[in-house]
Structure formats: C-alpha cells, structure tokens
Design a protein around this ligand. Sequence first.
Ligand code: TYC
Length: 111
Amino acid sequence: MSEQVPPDPSEPNGPQTGTLLKTRTKTAKPAMYKVLILNDDYTPMEFVVHILETFFNKNKQEAIDIMMHVHRRGVGLCGIFTCEVAETKVTQVLEYAKAHDQPLQCIMERE
Ligand code: TYC
C-alpha cells in the first residue's frame, strides 16, 4: 500500500542530492613534447639545415644555429608540439633521412 505525497513547495525539483555542480572555467592543457635531433658523424651539415628549414619552419640562420648547436653539444631542440604533431614531425624526418641514406636521428620527449 502506498500513499501519494504532495510535492514539497520548497523543493519543486524533488529532493536534492547535496552534490554541487561547478561550472568549469579551465580547459585542460594538452601534454607537450620536445622534438630533438641528435648529432652523428656522417649526415652533412647542409642536410640538417635543410631538414630544419623544411619540417620545422626555421629560417636559414635559425637552422644553422640549431645545427651547429647539435654538432657541438650532441642534441638540439627543433620545436615543441602536441603529441600527434610531434609524432608526425619525427616520422617525417626519419623517413626523409632514410630516403636520402642519412643516419640522422630524431626523437620526441615529453616536456
Ligand atoms: N656532425 C655532422 C657533421 O660533422 C653534422 C650534423 C649536425 C649531423 C647535426 C647531425 O643532427 C646533426 N657532418
């Protein structure tokens, strides 16, 4: 046996759960990845400069500076991208280097 109860006028939407919903004002930032090139003793300097100009939109002087940094220090930064873009850049560089018989290595690293 059940009994009809009239709605409580102070809670016209029914009893509340006590959970407060906050409006989100922040958008989650995507993880970012550094794309790095590594030095080797074989890849010509001009080839590395060409890679930096072509795949990383560096101008000639920026490309030379990064290439020389890698030549002297062993590793250098090409750019910082979202995961998907970084993966695409690494694949493009490795495929281009391989197609031109160069051992140039390119890696990505979470920021
Ligand atoms: N060390 C190479 C040379 O002397 C040049 C080079 C620079 C190679 C940067 C790779 O990522 C690199 N020909």
